[in-house]
Design a protein around this ligand. Structure first.
Ligand SMILES: Nc1ncnc2c1ncn2[C@@H]1O[C@H](COP(=O)(O)OP(=O)(O)OP(=O)(O)O)[C@@H](O)[C@H]1O
Ligand SMILES: [Mg+2]
Length: 291
């Protein structure tokens, strides 16, 4: 058989498979957490970055993606410019009042609006809000052995505004900031916030895009683990295989799964068309965690 014919047959098979998946995913909600670590150069569009295009294509195909974002590196850069050092305890940024102001300016201001710009420029329509808007994330101050200042945890989620935006053709873009009882701003871990939103929306899939291709089995590289059950994932935290920034991701996956989200995925955000491959192929990419 001519090479061209073989290639055409393969392409046809791929297209048929993809179209079957496209139909299956129509009107389904997919919560995507975009890690600050992959939003390269302060969310300017980096060469080969396909996340934004994929979101727009998914929306066009009738899927309802909801984007939750962090922005750690950008916040750190801005604090540096203001002569303020960043301090982390167990991966959480110690957030005094002045730091919270900067967090809110950068996340809900710059990063959030740049994501809206990128989606719009790619032919989509997005509305950027923070978790304070419409009480998407009502939060309380995190209680722990150390006082982290205005670091919060999600107390309740109101999905009204998110659903409203999704059903009217917009991609909701949500900065991980919560609102407290007295209207104060609370700095939320974006992984946890996204997991809570996926649960509250009854999402059909929860995808965390990060700077590694999935959960790696050891400290020194290797291929990502392709599937894990919730229980096995919990063991990886206890064994120390999953550490640092990967801990809140796995926790967020476990919380979403416990609330009925069928599958959660940790995926490399720099892999070409990771979102499309994850949704529209049998094989998927990265690490899938199941209940
Ligand atoms: N077992 C593991 N497999 C893969 N990565 C791991 C593992 N254990 C720890 N990590 C670390 O987790 C990091 C990903 O989390 P990180 O918080 O840095 O990124 P992010 O959440 O995508 O970005 P941001 O927190 O800025 O929004 C990886 O870069 C890696 O250093
Ligand atoms: Mg992180």
């Amino acid at each position: 058989m001519a090479v061209e014919t073989r290639a055409a047959i393969d392409l046809g098979a791929s297209l048929a498979q993809a179209l079957r998946y496209v139909n299956a995913w129509k009107s389904k909600t997919v919560v995507v957490k975009y890690g600050g670590s992959v939003m390269t150069s302060g969310v300017g569009r980096a060469d080969g970055d396909t996340v934004i295009d994929d979101l727009v294509l998914l929306k066009g195909a009738g899927v309802d993606p909801v984007l939750v974002h962090g922005g750690g590196p950008e916040i750190t850069r801005m604090l540096e410019r203001l002569g303020k050092a960043s301090r982390f305890i167990d991966g959480l940024r110690v957030t005094d009042e002045e730091t919270m102001e900067v967090v809110e300016m950068v996340l809900a201001g710059r990063t959030n609006k740049q994501l809206v710009s990128l989606i719009t420029a790619a032919g989509g329509a997005a509305v950027g809000i923070s978790g304070k808007d419409g009480k998407v994330f009502v939060a309380r101050k995190l209680d722990g052995p150390e006082d982290l200042g205005q670091v919060g945890e999600v107390e309740s989620v109101d999905t009204t505004v998110v659903r409203l935006l999704s059903t009217h053709g917009f991609v909701p873009v949500i900065a991980s900031i919560g609102i407290g009882q007295d209207g104060e701003s609370l700095n939320l871990n974006a992984d946890h916030a996204a997991g809570a939103l996926a649960a509250a929306l009854g999402a059909s899939k929860f995808i965390l895009l990060t700077d590694v291709p999935g959960i790696l089995p050891g400290a020194v590289g290797g291929q990502p683990i392709s599937t894990l059950r919730a229980e096995e994932a919990r063991h990886l935290i206890n064994d120390g295989v999953v550490s640092q920034g990967m801990i809140p991701k796995v926790e967020a996956c476990l919380a979403a799964l416990a609330s009925g989200v069928p599958t959660a995925h940790i995926v490399g955000g720099r892999e070409p068309h990771a979102l499309l491959v994850e949704l529209f192929t049998e094989e998927g990419v990265g690490t899938m965690i199941t209940p």
